[in-house]
Design a protein around this ligand. Structure first.
Ligand SMILES: [Zn+2]
Length: 190
């Protein structure tokens, strides 16, 4: 991704409004993580886990293209890996996972298995989000889902718009990179 565009996004991010909605502080951190993901050539999605006292536990971002193509490295998967490895003493149900984009099918399954109590996302993923399709789960999973609260984060519009902008950055290019990886063809131009 072009350095000039990354700088532009960085600049824009730094101009974000002062925190005035409940989740603004975590929205800013999710967007900072999303920018790091873009800088490393992956999808611009960031995630944060917060404890019941509203203190930060850990952060992560999408890393599917760093290095190579690793399909499981969505932001939510990465932040849950850190949680399970380094913070196993924390009661999962007390934790809230913030993510810049509505979780996909894979991440929704992982979130349910992790025992996390709450998920708040910044931007809706109209095409691929699963958080708004929980009613489609099989019975055992639906049972797990009954313990989970998923909602749109309460944030200034600036943050949800920025979250969407960042995930849409170079989406065609990203898709090409995935297809190229599936075909096991290395194309250095991508
Ligand atoms: Zn995902």
């Amino acid at each position: 991704m072009e350095v000039a565009r990354l700088q532009q996004l960085d600049e824009y991010l730094s101009q974000g409004p002062a925190s005035h909605c409940r989740d603004d502080i975590w929205a800013r951190l999710c967007c900072q993580q999303a920018l790091l993901a873009l800088e490393s050539g992956s999808y611009g999605v960031g995630a944060v886990i917060v404890d019941r006292s509203n203190e930060l536990v850990c952060v992560a971002h999408n890393s599917v293209f760093s290095p190579g193509y690793q399909s499981g490295k969505h932001a939510e998967m990465e932040v849950l890996n850190i949680l399970e490895q380094d913070f196993s003493h924390l009661k999962r149900h007390d934790l809230t996972l913030y993510v810049s984009l509505e979780p996909c099918l894979m991440c929704t399954g992982r979130i349910l298995l992790s025992g996390i109590g709450q998920v708040r996302y910044l931007a809706k993923d109209k095409a691929g989000g699963f958080a708004t399709h929980m009613h489609l789960l099989p019975p055992a999973w639906k049972n797990l889902a009954s313990q989970l609260i998923v909602e749109h984060a309460k944030v200034d519009r600036f943050w949800s718009d920025l979250a969407l902008t960042m995930v849409e950055e170079q989406s065609d290019q990203m898709r090409k990179k995935v297809v190229s990886a599936w075909q096991a063809s290395v194309d250095e131009r991508l």
